[in-house]
Design a protein around this ligand. Structure first.
Ligand code: SAM
Length: 207
């Protein structure tokens, strides 16, 4: 299976090098490290994986005990979508661009996404493309939801200030070729809304 995965992945690299952004799927170490930051969604919440490729990260997320019905996979390359549908028959696999989630996702999950795990090579994208994807993430996330992103480059893969994000470096995975870093982002307006909620709850409690 691993060889078939590599062949399918390599073909997608030939078709679209910048969007695929890597020579091989993520290693098991990287996939397990990223998935360790994915929290179990609450009863009415969901997790989305963007740019699932051949599903290495998907398998790691599911191995944490997250039910398949709680995970939605989005991938833009048709050949990879076909592969993913076969590999994860119980999971919702959507073909399309991550910048159009509001149109692509079923209505009942909008505003209920607690974590978005992205394998999209953000550093290869122009600012406008990054902005469109981040905006799309904000439009479907619950308040306080997080975006997890890995990168092979030094520093944050997204310009957080310009995109209205708060960033947090979560760690490095050295046992991956090349070594990768994991970053977490949260929408600044969500943080402000959170603080206001806390503030008013505190004031009410004091009365
Ligand atoms: C580096 S590969 C990661 C694959 C897999 N997540 C892994 O870790 O092995 C990036 C994937 O993102 C997909 N992709 C790139 N831009 C995308 C976009 N705007 N919307 C959806 N998928 C995208 C590519 O087709 C590719 O499969």
């Amino acid at each position: 299976m691993k060889n078939k995965e590599n062949v399918v992945f390599f073909k997608s690299l030939l078709k679209s090098p910048l969007k695929t952004g890597a020579f091989f799927p993520s290693s098991k170490n990287l996939a397990l490290s990223i998935s360790s930051f994915v929290e179990m969604p609450a009863e009415d919440e969901y997790i989305i994986e963007l740019g699932a490729g051949t599903g290495r990260l998907t398998s790691a997320i599911l191995s944490r005990g997250i039910p398949e019905s709680k995970l939605i996979i989005l991938e833009m390359q048709p050949s990879l979508v076909k592969f993913l549908k076969k590999k994860f028959p119980q999971t919702m696999v959507i073909e399309g661009n991550a910048s159009e989630m509001i149109k692509l996702l079923p209505e009942h999950v909008i505003g209920k996404i607690s974590t978005i795990v992205s394998g999209i090579p953000m550093v290869n994208l122009r600012f406008q493309e990054q902005q469109a994807i981040v905006q799309s993430c904000k439009s479907v996330m619950k308040q306080g939801g997080v975006l997890l992103q890995f990168t092979y480059r030094p520093g944050s893969p997204l310009p957080s200030n310009k995109l209205g994000l708060r960033q947090r470096y979560l760690g490095h995975v050295l046992m991956n070729m090349p070594p990768a870093a994991i970053w977490e982002y949260m929408a600044v307006q969500h943080i402000v809304a959170y603080s206001l909620k806390d503030h008013f709850q505190f004031k009410r409690a004091k009365k």
